[in-house]
Design a protein around this ligand. Structure first.
Ligand code: C2E
Ligand code: CA
Ligand code: CA
Ligand code: CA
Length: 276
């Protein structure tokens, strides 16, 4: 037993070593990526279920590695968060997304930008947002910041103050991945969100499981009574749309409506559709 215990320990160490090594490799790669301009921002459309029109795009970062190909943000964002690189990467996305959105032909379209809790710093984040708006010329009402509840766990007055400051500029604040945290509901009373995004994990089971249906319906009802717009993310089929519409959900985002892509590609796709 002692021997197997030891070999097990050795196995874990090797595992940990290679994990740490991989992380270090990604971290070094990220520093280079910033310098060599290997990042790209793709946009995923959000449609209204009220008038069926395109309303916004969410910005999603992509890393085009010269030899490894495209690396998923699911893999590198956590490393960026742990290493502190998320600040520079997040700034890059914010400025890039605002600049691009300011050039869209349709000036009614809004742009959503993910701001990680690790990137957020009171006193600085609001300055970055103001600077991105000023440099790009994007109207504040067209920008939306997506945060997750991990930012509000600490719930310091400074965080709430910063969020309020950003809101007072005319920028809206959305709570992302709603329902996945420990106490999502309690944050709603502490901060006046403009929007709630129901996490994909709930939408996935919509129509398959009565428990999920009930949860989604109540989140949508809650949003209505709090006067908060509800977006459903990860919508992949028509059945989900039908259920969401019936429950009173107003905005949808997901592969059914378009994968993250360049805005130009989305426009070409839409033009083809309207021709047929
Ligand atoms: P998120 O903010 O929840 O973004 C939504 C993710 O769901 C995106 O993955 C999107 O491609 C994916 N998705 C959208 N619709 C569907 C669908 O119908 N089905 C399925 N299966 N997936 C769908 P992506 O682009 O890989 O990003 C993953 C996560 O990485 C994001 O989750 C976000 O947490 C993070 N991330 C991406 N870009 C940024 C960024 O610029 N800054 C920060 N801080 N985080 C980012
Ligand atoms: Ca998001
Ligand atoms: Ca999300
Ligand atoms: Ca997510």
């Amino acid at each position: 037993a002692k021997l197997s215990g030891r070999s097990q320990f050795a196995w874990y160490t090797a595992e940990m070593d290679s994990d740490a090594q991989k992380r270090k490799e990604i971290e070094d790669g990220l520093t280079k990526a910033l310098r060599l301009d290997q990042f790209e921002v793709l946009f995923q459309p959000q449609y209204s279920l009220i008038d069926n029109k395109l309303k916004a795009y969410e910005s999603l970062i992509r890393w085009e590695h010269p030899t490894k190909g495209q690396i998923s943000p699911e893999l590198f964002i956590p490393v960026a968060e742990e290493s502190g690189l998320i600040e520079a990467i997040g700034d890059w996305v914010l400025f890039h997304a605002c600049k691009e959105a300011a050039q869209w032909e349709d000036e009614s379209l809004r742009v959503a930008v993910n701001v990680s809790a690790a990137q957020f710093s009171p006193g600085i984040t609001e300055l970055k947002v103001a600077q991105a708006l000023q440099e790009s010329g994007l109207h504040p009402s067209r920008l939306e910041i997506e945060i997750t509840e991990s930012l509000l766990i600490a719930n310091t007055d400074a965080v709430v103050e910063t969020l309020n400051h950003i809101r007072s500029m005319g920028v809206s604040i959305a709570m992302d991945d709603f329902g996945t945290g420990y106490s999502s509901l309690s944050y709603l009373s502490r901060f006046p969100f403009d929007k709630i995004k129901i996490d994909r994990s709930f939408i996935k089971n919509l129509g398959k499981d009565t428990g999920t249906d009930a949860i989604v319906t109540s989140i949508i009802g809650l949003g209505r009574s709090l006067d908060v717009t509800i977006t459903a993310e990860g919508v992949e089929n028509q059945e989900q749309v039908t259920l969401l519409r019936a429950a009173g959900c107003t905005l949808v985002q997901g592969y059914l409506f378009g994968r993250p892509d360049t805005v130009k590609a989305h426009e070409t796709h839409r033009a083809r559709w309207s021709e047929t």
